[in-house]
Design a binder for this molecule. Sequence first.
Ligand SMILES: Nc1ncnc2c1ncn2[C@@H]1O[C@H](COP(=O)(O)OP(=O)(O)O)[C@@H](O)[C@H]1O
Ligand SMILES: [Mg+2]
Length: 213
Amino acid sequence: MNPAILHISAEPIGAGQERVCYQHPDDESKVVKIQKGDNDTQTRRELALYASLARRGMNDFEHIPRYHGKVQTNIGNGFVVDRIADHDGAVSRSLWWHFERGYPVTEFLPYLEELRRYLLDKRIVFSVDMGRYNILLQKLSPSRARLVVIDGLGNHTAINWLDNIGFFARRKIRRRWQRFIGRLHNYSAETMRRHEGSPRKLEAAYRRQQPGP
Ligand SMILES: Nc1ncnc2c1ncn2[C@@H]1O[C@H](COP(=O)(O)OP(=O)(O)O)[C@@H](O)[C@H]1O
Ligand SMILES: [Mg+2]
């Protein structure tokens, strides 16, 4: 066996349209993402974003997984990022998972506001693919949680060079955030109509005050 090639034999921990995600065989804290078919669009966007963050010396990975480079595996080429898991070791649950179980979007507004500020501050552009399936609520301890974006990072439009200028990047992030948060509210309202009874609340320790203006 070639030692440079990672050997993956476990079942995937998740799959989307484009990539399948596996536990890293040698490192519990990481995952390997491998392309499923010919489409490498999201991977290209994501790697371009991580390259631009590295060029800028951006080293704050509170709300996106850290990138650990490309790898070759027995099932194809991939890349390694942090595994987003709760303090009990289980992979963190998405916003979608919570909506489906009757938690309304209002439970997450303080966390969403923190995420919005981070993306703006660090100039992290995202695409329409950043949505309820691709944002995880990571429970870091019995009293601390945060939202982490695992997919949809990077830009989906053809002309991106303006993203290198802070003003234009932030304008784009603000506009896309408006659309994203609108979709989230609509979806939450829809799931709440399906759910009879009272909306569920996060455990007390994870409930946060609404941020100020
Ligand atoms: N960093 C991560 N930590 C834990 N699970 C992840 C991570 N990245 C992806 N996953 C899981 O793998 C799935 C597919 O990965 P994703 O990047 O969303 O692929 P796609 O671009 O095809 O949608 C996700 O929905 C999630 O379940
Ligand atoms: Mg996805």
